[in-house]
Design a protein around this ligand. Sequence first.
Ligand SMILES: CC(C)(COP(=O)(O)OP(=O)(O)OC[C@H]1O[C@@H](n2cnc3c(N)ncnc32)[C@H](O)[C@@H]1OP(=O)(O)O)[C@@H](O)C(=O)NCCC(=O)NCCS
Length: 164
Amino acid sequence: MAEQRQAPTPQDVAIIRMTEHDLLEVVEIEEQSGLSRWGWAAYYAELQGGNRDLMLIAKPSQSVIGSAPIAGYIVARETAGELHINNVAVRAEYRRRGIGSALLNRVLDEARRRKANAAFLEVRSTNLAAQTLYEKSGFKAIARRADYYSEPREDAVVMTLVLG
Ligand SMILES: CC(C)(COP(=O)(O)OP(=O)(O)OC[C@H]1O[C@@H](n2cnc3c(N)ncnc32)[C@H](O)[C@@H]1OP(=O)(O)O)[C@@H](O)C(=O)NCCC(=O)NCCS
């Protein structure tokens, strides 16, 4: 009989730092999630810089889920005390289990540890799932950027959170 694989919850995943070995799966998730494209080379370059500890993956714990793939990831950058969330995505079959929130909150904790003052992000104006996720962690919409995104063309909502 085929082994039944259960999707992990935050209790079953470890939030750990991304490494170069994770990038093929990270790019696969990016491509499946409708994010603006970074691709392997951009993630690889980001891993070589000073923001490595703001690049995290959600990894199902081996004891619970055999050889399950990475469930999701987040990539952020801190410059002059400002955290910028660049990408966060969870595999479609693992969504609504708190994994996106777990990734976001871990990166916010790391930014607070670094004494960053505030976090910023842009999100597609129609992406209500992501906007709700961010609001749950305390982000507020502060501005709208017309035609910020292409393919499809769409406004961005700018959201911020005071960390200090
Ligand atoms: C946005 C995304 C990362 C959320 O990941 P997730 O693991 O499903 O998020 P969580 O389970 O932690 O959800 C936290 C809260 O966000 C809100 N939320 C998440 N997905 C939602 C949806 N489809 N519709 C409405 N609210 C949603 C809910 O309030 C949810 O809490 P609840 O499940 O207790 O109601 C995921 O949907 C995704 O990968 N989307 C595609 C990529 C993307 O849009 N990234 C953001 C770019 S700015």
